[in-house]
Design a protein around this ligand. Sequence first.
Ligand SMILES: Cc1cc2nc3c(=O)[nH]c(=O)nc-3n(C[C@H](O)[C@H](O)[C@H](O)COP(=O)(O)OP(=O)(O)OC[C@H]3O[C@@H](n4cnc5c(N)ncnc54)[C@H](O)[C@@H]3O)c2cc1C
Length: 380
Amino acid sequence: MDPIIVIGTGLAGFNLVKELRKLDQDTPVIMLTADDGRNYSKPMLSTGFTKEKGADELAMGGPEQTASTFNATLRTGVTVTAIDRDAKQVVLGDERLTYSKLVLACGADVFRPPMEGDGMDAVYTVNDLMDYARFREAAAGKKTVLVVGGGLIGCEFANDLTNGGYKVHVVEPVGRCLPTFLPEPASVAVSSALGKLGVVFHFGPFAQRVDRHGDGVRVTLSDHSTVDVDIVLSAVGLRPRIGLAKDAGLDTGRGVKVDRFLRSSDPDIYALGDCAEVNGHVLLYVLPLMSAARALAKTLAGEDTAVSYGVMPVTIKTPACPVVCVPPPQDVAGDWEFEVDGHHVKALFRDTDGQLRGYALTGDACGEKMKLNKELPALF
Ligand SMILES: Cc1cc2nc3c(=O)[nH]c(=O)nc-3n(C[C@H](O)[C@H](O)[C@H](O)COP(=O)(O)OP(=O)(O)OC[C@H]3O[C@@H](n4cnc5c(N)ncnc54)[C@H](O)[C@@H]3O)c2cc1C
């Protein structure tokens, strides 16, 4: 029997195979990854300075361990270059592997903002454990970091690096932090709490140039101001990896389009995790991929199962000002109402019928999460 082939050993690929093995121990499974295949929890990458954990300490197991636990073949350092749907094969350069079912769990790519200058080799991104190892090595012994982007990953790293003893600058072109997650009073609560820790925010301009300057770099912003730091961490956003699927003629939107059975426009190819657009939703978080992994495992084991997303709160790991939020759907009209007490903010978004459709909680208000989750309608 041809194996199930899974492209990706991140949380999506790993949890899918884990769930599948609870139901089916025998169907051959091949997992392929371009990275070193170590098992790690990606959200932990923005907590490592606080916990004083380098890449090796964050790794929970090697590829051999995953392979033997899951009775799977796991191949590391291999890049799938194409999918031949007619032959039901994946192409790895000169090699081809035949699949019975193919699962895309290939994640998202970091978006690199257009910056120039002779100091670009001091600009790092962290989107996997290997990136993290490189960044930790570069940051060792350094004192100041400029973070490009004040979104989820930028703010989490700003808090974590500050806890690790670094002086941190954050550049965010939108006039406040976490703009895609939070309404203004909640953004202000987070940036002022981080500011009290010593984080310096540059709201408004974008980072334009990075040039060598002494032992570090000089970053020039679009308002012509400059910031001198040792290294730069770019955390501007992620884009689902859809290249393989698109080249193979599968339907793609922002992600690889799949239905509630995680099935793409080819019935033998599935997708989940950061690369997938599930029933119209692209959610680059762990909770949705766990629900998807459980449902898809059942389907692959022979019991067709649709995923339900329920309510998907996002927890932002800024311990200086904890945040949990459910951003309201973009196409829903309504209004925010606020209760603000210092950096404790309770923001509720109600639609024109008065139904709760989203919320943002900071500080002590985070305790209301469970109660509000019960009031929210499921995504689908
Ligand atoms: C710093 C940081 C903090 C985060 N914090 C949180 C959080 O607190 N809560 C939360 O819910 N989410 C958080 N996230 C998001 C969450 O980590 C991701 O949604 C999740 O890890 C995505 O898993 P994935 O398996 O879909 O993708 P990935 O982990 O990116 O895995 C992709 C896999 O595909 C492989 N691959 C890709 N292309 C190919 C190819 N062509 N050939 C072979 N292999 C290929 C890669 O090598 C890799 O193994 C955070 C993300 C980051 C970066």
